[in-house]
Design a protein around this ligand. Structure first.
Ligand code: FE2
Ligand code: FE2
Length: 200
């Protein structure tokens, strides 16, 4: 890669975001974000995605994760965000939506693919571009993650990104079924739309 992780982290915009995250997130969550940043940048190089965009999307993807359910719903009202019926009932699905608003309003991010990647990082989407796929996979499989499917996803992430996306969606669906909680339609659509990648 032409630009190093250290150089990306030293950029004034990265520092501005990192200061916000250090102030707001727990140490564990901050470590997760920095690990996602590292993996997303690696994957961006492999899959020829704009590395700066990958840096911004990774740094900002959990920027609203410090908010509790009450704060998230009040931010939804403040930003006049329209929720779908599953989002209405599941506050864990709201931090990507508020993260997009923070990215725009607090950090002046305008690149659509960055905003889309933040928006899609939890549920996925059947129409994800490469950056969205990179963030979706890096968020699931970064080195501090320990659940069962991470090893297969980690390997596939570098060789067959769509297949890695499929296994992330599948693992998320299995996890949600085990917990007996709602599954967002986009997670199912992501699973369905990538199924052909594992069938042949
Ligand atoms: Fe998240
Ligand atoms: Fe995350």
């Amino acid at each position: 890669m032409d630009i190093t992780l250290q150089e990306l982290r030293a950029h004034p915009k990265s520092i501005e975001i990192q200061l916000y995250l250090s102030d707001k997130l727990t140490e564990k969550r901050l470590q997760h974000v920095l690990s996602v940043q590292e993996m997303a940048i690696d994957l961006a190089c492999v899959h020829e995605v704009d590395v700066w965009h990958a840096n911004l999307a990774a740094l900002l993807h959990d920027s609203a994760k410090w908010m509790d359910a009450q704060a998230l719903y009040s931010a939804v009202r403040r930003y006049d965000i329209r929720l779908d019926p599953v989002e209405e009932l599941n506050p864990s699905l709201l931090h990507p939506l508020i993260g997009v608003k923070l990215a725009i309003e607090k950090f002046a991010i305008t690149q659509l693919e960055v905003l889309e990647a933040i928006r899609n990082h939890t549920t996925g989407s059947p129409s994800m571009g490469t950056l969205s796929q990179v963030l979706y996979v890096a968020d699931f499989a970064e080195p501090t993650r320990t659940h069962e499917a991470v090893h297969v996803v980690r390997e596939l992430a570098y060789t067959d990104l769509a297949r890695a996306v499929h296994y992330v969606a599948r693992a998320k669906i299995e996890h949600l079924l085990q917990k007996g909680v709602m599954i967002h339609p986009n997670t199912l659509h992501t699973y369905n739309s990538t199924l052909k990648r594992v069938e042949n």
